[in-house]
Design a protein around this ligand. Sequence first.
Ligand code: SF4
Ligand code: FES
Length: 249
Amino acid sequence: MNLTLKVWRQKNKEEKGGLENYPVTGISEHASFLEMLDVLNEQLINEGKEPVAFDHDCREGICGMCSLYINGEAHGPDRKVTTCQLHMRMFKDGETVYIEPWRSKSMPVIKDLIVDRSAFEKIQQAGGFISVNTSGNTQDANALPIAKPMADKAMDAATCIGCGACVATCKNSSAMLFVAAKVSQYSYLPQGQVERKQRALNMVEQMDKEGFGNCTNTGACEVECPKGISLEFIARMNREYLGASIASE
Ligand code: SF4
Ligand code: FES
């Protein structure tokens, strides 16, 4: 496949970026999108030019590091896949492909296609954990029976990989799908009950501090989420937050 790439280049956080044109040739339709970018970078290095900076780690859809806006869609044209799992067969030979970073005030561009997602880290630190008794009398997790429907719901929420596509897609730059997944996953489990109320309050408060917008039920996040996290979790987080707010009065 031969393609024309229009790639967002930006030196750093402060400088204004812009799209640059790069032709790439001989790309296999079986290659992943990131492998195609590797070919581009090899080409740029051979020409003595600076390679394009982009985030990636596992390349298996697990870590949530890859984060590209491709032809106007977070993680590109396929459904329920991350950019690293997107294949070039989703594109046509001769196509022009636009590649941009996530756009959100709370996730500023650091360089080229890399954004600063430390706001997500701070939200996680505010409540995305459980307390465990480490005195030596620790109860085996398997000794706590959990109803299958609850375990399934917790697992569904836990599949969120923190990629940020929900924020990038949302017209309000809302992080509520991400935060809802993190609040919900522990709320279903006995291990998550100790900090349940404080978790909902703290994580929502941190989300607001980081400058993310609110949910207005458009549902674009759910459509673009590579893990299919449901909007139902946002409803659950709202209930968790309301209950915790009343209890703390
Ligand atoms: S909710 Fe989906 S889109 Fe948002 S961070 Fe989690 S996996 Fe990514
Ligand atoms: S590189 Fe890990 S999810 Fe894409």
